[in-house]
Design a protein around this ligand. Structure first.
Ligand SMILES: [Ca+2]
Length: 616
């Protein structure tokens, strides 16, 4: 905090009028699980939200705002810290354990509070880190800015849950009771099957947007009645992208892109680079919102965060104008593992699937509570989908490239197009450099990080930056043709470092049958390797590629699991095998794990075991 600047601003403002507030109030109105694709403000087919549209008329609509992660706890951890989750070990939804924040860094409301703000949060936190003292004056369902001292500026977060995923867990009756004519106007996205279930899901979801808008309208009316509109900057955004199938939980724009509207009071318009009533192309990521709010409040953003202020005293117009990139990450979602990193540069979206065989549609208990998911999978199994609708249930490429202007739903992959090789290689390199610079902790499996990185994840990453680079180089072997990298894969499989063997196997599974010459070496690893998770990746290769395996080894690997997280990672591979080879039977019994791993019905191991055993 620059005390001199703060005092300076105080004096300037005091000189203008002693009764006026010296700093703006800042309010965040957030809604759960909302992508711009479903709002009229961004898409003609979307829901009308008059309260937010009114704010937009007196503010700025950001056309390129992104949550960094397509799921709640990771996105919220990113938002409040200003740090990319895979650097600080908050990337797994949800945390197996809360992690400490990087040394010397606090969630940003702490700094506001130190500068004299009253900070309140109603009420969701869902952070994957240990929340230090001193961040919120109040964080609860009842939290309100109204308990501040007279004249004290405030920062308040009001979250709205009516559009949350849970609100789409309606039953079949709700669909049956709706007349077809009421759904005639609905146009489903090209990757969705056009059925009554899907149309009703859109319809219902849009109605929930209207409800959320009403609730936000009431909050704004209350601000108006208290005469606070001239002193309050209001942000509206979704806490990550949307929730219809293939959005929340998936690193497509449907899951990453958020609506972002910022209301600009006349008195504070000097803090903004865009004029009132305009649309901004500037890219804004969730990491940017912490420094942006601090900057609006005249507080210098702390060292050690990843974001850039896009508004306020500490933002630079020349930087903001050219800002056209965003970074995305998808790791574990409850019991379902993935490892996807994405980069947007202008209209191009680059996707790196580090485990391309790990298909999007892999069973995920909470996602599949939605009838649309269940129906989509059944239609796939019955062979009733077209090529675009089938993509969700099929293996992905290690890379994807999309032109979002032409193809906003990311169904036309340009990564093999000869015309796009230059941009592909450029974005590949840019993403690699980004991950190395963090460095990205996810090149180690989650259970290993819990054992070795928990004390100080950022320092662990810095100390192991060279090793992470070596692991990335192995992981990137699946970007070449098998014949070109066969020798390097062989070397990785016999390396002393278990995680190089691990990535060597992941690369083999990416190549599938093309890597069959390595099957004897992979069988050897399965039988003899010292590291249980390396053996698991060997098993995954062999089972997915129909090699003969003594199934008793499955029990051995599961029994060896030292933690629920390790067990869950092994079970993820088995779930993938089950979905790829449904005829294969595992004779699994829940007794294989300690009973406390099943204490709660929602325990991840419990969910995966039920799925594998065939319990409903
Ligand atoms: Ca959410």
């Amino acid at each position: 905090m620059h005390i001199s600047l703060l005092l300076g601003l105080l004096l300037i403002n005091a000189a203008c009028s002693p009764t006026e507030q010296s700093f703006p109030n800042i309010v965040w109105l957030t809604t759960e699980d909302n992508a711009p694709h479903h709002m009229k403000l961004y898409n003609d087919q979307g829901a009308s939200m008059p309260a937010i549209e009114k704010l937009a008329k007196e503010g700025i609509v950001f056309d390129n705002a992104f949550s960094n992660a397509p799921v709640c706890s990771v996105a919220r951890s990113t938002l409040i810290t200003g740090c990319y989750a895979p650097r600080v070990f908050t990337q797994f939804h949800r945390r197996a354990q809360h992690v400490p924040l990087p040394q010397g860094l606090m969630p940003f409301p702490f700094y506001l509070r130190q500068a004299g703000y009253y900070t309140t949060n109603s009420h969701k936190q869902d952070y994957n880190f240990i929340l230090p003292e001193g961040v919120w004056d109040e964080s609860s369902k009842k939290a309100t800015y109204k308990n501040r001292k007279p004249g004290q500026p405030f920062f308040h977060v009001q979250n709205h849950t009516v559009t949350h995923e849970g609100s789409l867990h309606f039953n079949q009756k709700a669909i049956d009771n709706t007349a077809d004519e009421d759904l005639e106007h609905i146009k489903v996205f090209p990757y969705h099957p056009d059925t009554k279930t899907f149309r009703y899901s859109y319809h219902h979801y849009h109605n929930r947007h209207v409800l959320a808008d009403q609730q936000m309208g009431e909050f704004i009316t209350d601000l108006e009645e208290q005469g606070l509109m001239e002193d309050t900057i209001i942000f509206y955004f979704g806490d990550h992208g949307g929730v219809l199938p293939r959005s929340k939980g998936y690193a497509y724009e449907s899951g990453l892109q958020v609506p972002l509207v910022v209301y600009v009071p006349e008195k504070w318009k000097h803090l903004f680079h865009h004029s009132k009533g305009s649309r901004a192309e500037t890219f804004v990521e969730f990491v940017d919102l912490a420094p942006t709010v601090l900057s609006l409040a005249g507080v210098s953003p702390p060292e050690g965060i990843d974001g850039t202020a896009v508004l306020g005293a500490y933002s630079e117009a020349s930087k903001i104008e050219k800002k056209n990139t965003s970074f995305g990450y998808a790791d574990r979602f409850d019991e379902k593992y993935d490892l996807v990193r994405t980069l947007r540069v202008g209209k191009y979206k680059y996707i790196r699937n580090y485990q391309p065989f790990n298909k999007d549609g892999l069973f995920n208990f909470y996602r599949y509570k939605m009838l649309a998911y269940q129906e989509w999978e059944a239609l796939y199994n019955d062979g009733k989908l077209n090529a675009l609708q089938r993509q969700f249930f099929e293996s992905r490429g290690p890379e994807g490239l999309y032109d979002i202007d032409q193809d906003p739903h990311e169904v036309n992959d340009l990564s093999a197009s000869p015309d796009h090789q230059e941009i592909l290689l450029q974005m590949r390199k840019q993403l690699q450099q980004k991950l190395l610079a963090l460095p990205d902790l996810s090149f180690y499996p989650e259970p290993y990080l819990l054992d070795h990185a928990l004390e100080n994840p950022v320092v662990f990453g810095q100390n192991n930056q060279d090793e992470i680079k070596e692991l990335m180089m192995v992981a990137d072997l699946n970007l070449s043709r098998f014949e070109e990298v066969q020798e390097q894969i062989k070397q990785a499989l016999s390396d002393d470092n278990p995680w190089k063997r691990y990535w060597g196997l992941v690369v083999c599974t990416s190549f599938g049958e093309k890597a069959k010459s390595l099957a004897p070496q992979i069988k050897n690893i399965l039988e003899q390797d010292d590291e249980n998770l390396v053996r698991t990746r060997a098993l995954e290769y062999l089972l997915l590629n129909q090699k003969s395996v003594d199934h008793r080894i499955v029990d051995t690997l599961l029994k060896n699991a030292k933690s629920e997280t390790e067990a869950n990672l092994i079970l993820n591979s088995l779930a993938l095998v089950k979905s790829s080879r449904p005829q294969m039977k595992f004779n699994l019994s829940k007794e294989i794990f300690p009973p406390e791993w099943y204490d709660k019905p929602n325990d991840l191991v419990n969910r995966r075991m039920d799925h594998l055993i065939g319990n409903p």
